[in-house]
Design a protein around this ligand. Structure first.
Ligand code: PEP
Ligand code: MG
Length: 839
């Protein structure tokens, strides 16, 4: 053994690491160290498995020498992270005609024959790659069944079934090694976050003969519920069963005493008590909730395996919190154990209770949450739909690894076939996508849809449906959805995260509803309020139109005076909802003509509303058109050329701050100027705003302060930050526009070719989703250094969509930024990710 480092008998001191032999091998060694009754096990390293896949088998004789002569063996996968999966286990290696005869005497001919028959089938499917359907219609009689199974094997492979244990083991090792390197396995594990080249180890274990007169059988047990994470002994036990088959078997027993039927606790109370104690010890010493795979042989307990309990995102949080509360792990570790992106599934929407449900079909509720979108029947359509930013529901007969990207692009997945552990269900849960499987009442009219419901309705591509993955119902149309609830364990975890965090998280919030969400998600303020979103209301839009159509400054002031109370009310609400937390309001940003109608009929209506001839309206709209509006008259350029708009907004902000400030401590609003590219722009706008502040102070006789800042969205503003900084209190990087301008890449059109660009490695990722640290990042660093040199205490932040992305948060933290601001729904994820960087 010493002379082959790739084949290691698992003993307390053997050199086994998760990084070289996989998580399962490492876990088994831990159990051995805890003196738990684990059968003899040999671990094969990643390199041994890699060589095996290439046709270079390990030393089979050396492996077999570690086990009792003639014993049966099983092989299980051991990937570095158990969550990355691996090929299924193969049991009973070593079964052959002789072994069957010997076992028949010990356990009865029927049981021995069944075992042999099952092994031949497993071998046929996994090693010889025969179609499992070949073995569907076997004779009832065990002996005839075995004879037929062997006959099929020989007929299909043109070889007799191998009788030698070493040959069988070699075949199994090779097939498992090759399965891991197949393209579909690669895609699957990549979807779970594993690197494509992740290693696989294998463990070979001696099986315990299930012969004897007392209780024998196999099962799994865990101490918590996988869905909720609450303490609850769960699992199944199958008397005379083997491996994990107990899980699906109808005749399996409950574990604890149960009114629904006999339990392991009734049948073998001592073994049950011992198992619970083992599981509790594993929780304590392995610092994790573990599922124990066990075997009872003549009343003795053996532990075959321990795996991390499978868990929903919600259960993961509760498990981590309980482990920390029990002093098993630290609070910081609990925070570190939750994958920030999984927080999203805790925030899933649900169909509002009490709404009318028009149920098209029912299936198995495979992944919780509700989502709605247009029906698509292929993954390609799902990808196309996502590229158009149209939410879609992928409806398939079943899914396969080729569908993983399509599923990722969909907002929900429905399959006609499948169960809780089908491909669709497993993948969707991993992605946190609402999913229903086994919706068997749906009938595909042709290979790729449409689909007919049980009551004769036809679902076409493009129809809107709502998938309620929590109840398993597919609903017609768009019933009202409720935002997700977050339970007590989640709140506790987030409190711990907040204690560890050292960068502020604010939210982008334009409306009172957004602000309420931001407050509920515990954002520390509003980092960006896009004021133009307050003009979508038709009443306000008309006033805005009038403002655009006035030609004199005086008339414009008169129209703006009508907008003033509306904006004042908006800001007052925002300040009140945020209860004294900082609120950063961005002055008007988009080109004005974005608000004007593009169609003839819209222009006619506008002409009516303004009491002007249509031709005047059309001419004016044409005159305002720009070739490149996003690089045209917008942002601060409006502030410089039509200062009355910013003046009105500044007045509304000051008056609202005074009003809302009456109820508590004085409010100091942040006012932000968008799209700056020159310091002089800031000087000009600052002069206007200062004048308004002075006027409001004089009119009200009250003093107030405000902070002025620049939204850095142009490369020039980054480069000239040293000149801009002395004029302002803060800089907030608008990384959406900054990315657009740095790349010279339209943020509204890039979606058309982005996936191709990423596929071909031109960009590592879509720079509008993940901050480009090399290019845009360098500009941020330059701006930070230059602005701080000019004004050391300047506040720095980002408020583009990147604000909620963990990598961008890490960047901002490293660069010493004060806060990041992201959309309200991303706030919890950002709080957690930021905490993890600080721990
Ligand atoms: C930005 O450009 O990054 C930004 C936050 O502003 P908007 O998305 O409104 O252009
Ligand atoms: Mg912008």
């Amino acid at each position: 053994m010493q002379n082959d480092p790739d084949i290691t008998l698992i003993t307390p001191n053997a050199p086994i690491k998760a990084a070289t032999h996989g998580g399962r091998a490492k876990c088994l060694q831990r159990l051995v160290r805890l003196d738990m009754p684990v059968p003899r096990t040999v671990a094969l390293s990643f390199s041994a498995v890699r060589r095996t896949a290439a046709g270079n088998l390990p030393n089979i004789r050396l492996i077999l020498e570690q086990f009792d002569a003639g014993s049966l063996l099983c092989v299980r996968p051991s990937s570095e992270d158990p969550d990355w999966g691996g090929p299924g286990a193969v049991l009973n290696i070593g079964m052959n005609d002789d072994h069957q005869a010997r076992l028949s005497e010990l356990m009865g001919a029927e049981a021995a024959t069944r075992l042999y028959c099952r092994f031949v089938q497993a071998y046929a499917v996994h090693v010889a790659r025969l179609d499992p359907d070949l073995f569907d219609d076997l004779p009832e009689d065990e002996c005839e069944g075995l004879a037929e199974t062997l006959r099929i094997y020989e007929a299909e492979t043109e070889e007799p079934f191998p009788q030698n244990r070493g040959d069988q083991l070699a075949g199994v090792l090779q097939s498992m090694a090759r399965a891991w390197s197949s393209t579909s396995a690669r895609l699957l594990r990549q979807a779970k976050g594993a690197p494509a080249e992740a290693g696989l180890g294998l463990v070979v274990q001696q099986m315990i003969p299930m012969v004897g007169t007392s209780e024998c059988g196999a099962g799994v047990l865990q101490l918590v519920d996988s869905e909720t994470g609450l303490p609850q002994i769960t699992g199944r036990y199958l008397s005379r069963g083997q491996g994990r088959e107990a899980l699906g078997a109808k005749s399996a027993l409950y574990l604890e005493h149960d009114p629904r039927g006999p339990s392991l606790e009734d049948v073998a109370p001592e073994a049950f008590a011992r198992l619970k104690a083992y599981a509790a010890r594993m929780r304590q010493r392995l610092r994790e909730e573990m599922q124990v795979e066990f075997l009872i042989e003549n009343g003795h307990v053996h532990l075959l395996d321990g795996v991390r309990v499978q868990r929903s995102s919600r259960a993961a949080v509760r498990i981590a919190v309980r482990l920390a509360e029990d002093g098993i792990i630290s609070r910081e570790e609990a925070v570190l154990r939750i994958e920030p992106s999984s927080v999203n599934s805790l925030l899933h929407r649900q169909v509002a209770p009490g709404v009318r449900r028009d149920v098209l079909a029912r299936g198995i509720a495979a992944s919780p949450g509700a989502a709605r979108g247009r029906v698509v029947f292929t993954s390609a359509e799902a990808l196309a739909s996502a590229a158009r930013e149209e939410p879609c529901v992928l409806l398939r007969r079943e899914t396969s690894p080729e569908d993983v990207r399509g599923m990722h692009a969909a907002v929900a997945v429905v399959t006609v076939r499948g169960g809780m552990s089908s491909h669709a269900a497993v993948i969707a849960r991993g992605f946190g996508l609402p999913c229903i499987v086994g919706a068997t009442s749906l009938r595909f009219e042709s290979g790729k849809g449409p689909v007919k419901t049980a009551d004769g309705r036809v679902l076409q591509a493009g129809d809107i449906v709502t998938v309620d993955g929590t109840s398993g119902q597919i609903l017609a149309g768009e019933p009202r959805l409720l935002e997700a609830a977050q339970d007590d364990a989640f709140q506790v975890l987030m409190q711990w995260a907040d204690r560890a965090r050292d960068i502020e998280i604010r939210a982008n919030a334009d409306t009172p509803e957004d602000a309420r969400l931001a407050r509920d998600f515990k954002a520390q303020g509003v980092g960006l309020c896009r004021t133009e979103h307050m003009f979508v209301d038709p009443g306000r839009l008309t006033v805005l139109h009038q403002m655009i159509f006035t030609d004199s400054s005086e008339n414009r002031a008169e129209v703006l005076a009508r907008l003033l109370p509306m904006q004042r009310e908006d800001f007052t609400q925002l300040f009140r909802i945020m209860e004294g937390k900082p609120v950063c309001i961005r002055l008007f940003d988009p080109p004005l003509h974005e608000f004007l109608p593009a169609t003839r009929s819209g222009q006619r209506e506008l002409a009516e509303a303004l009491d002007l001839p249509v031709s005047d309206v059309t001419r004016r709209i044409e005159a305002m058109a720009e070739y490149n509006p996003m690089l045209g008259l917008r942002g601060v350029r409006l502030g410089v050329t039509v200062p009355e708009i910013y003046e009105m907004q500044a007045r509304a902000i000051f008056e609202a701050a005074l009003r809302a400030g009456e109820e508590g401590a004085p409010l100091v609003p942040d006012i932000m100027i968008p799209l700056v590219s020159a310091a002089r722009e800031v000087e000009l706008v600052r002069a206007h705003i200062d004048r308004v502040a002075a006027a409001v102070r004089a009119e009200t006789g009250r003093h107030f302060a405000y902070r002025l800042g620049v939204m850095v969205e142009t490369p020039r503003a980054c480069l000239r930050a040293g000149e801009i900084a002395p004029l302002v209190d803060f800089l907030s990087f608008g990384t959406n526009d900054l990315t657009q301008m740095t790349y010279g890449l339209s943020r509204d059109d890039a979606g058309r070719f982005m996936s191709l660009y990423v596929q071909q490695g031109v960009y590592a990722e879509d720079p509008f989703h993940v901050l480009d640290l090399d290019g845009v990042g360098e500009l941020l660093e330059i701006a930070a250094t230059r602005s701080r040199a000019a004004r050391p205490k300047i506040t720095l932040s980002i408020c583009g969509e990147h604000g909620g992305n963990p990598d961008s948060i890490a960047f901002c933290r490293d660069a010493g930024f004060d806060y990041v601001s992201c959309s309200p729904f991303r706030v919890p994820l950002a709080r957690l990710a930021a905490a993890q960087f600080a721990i």
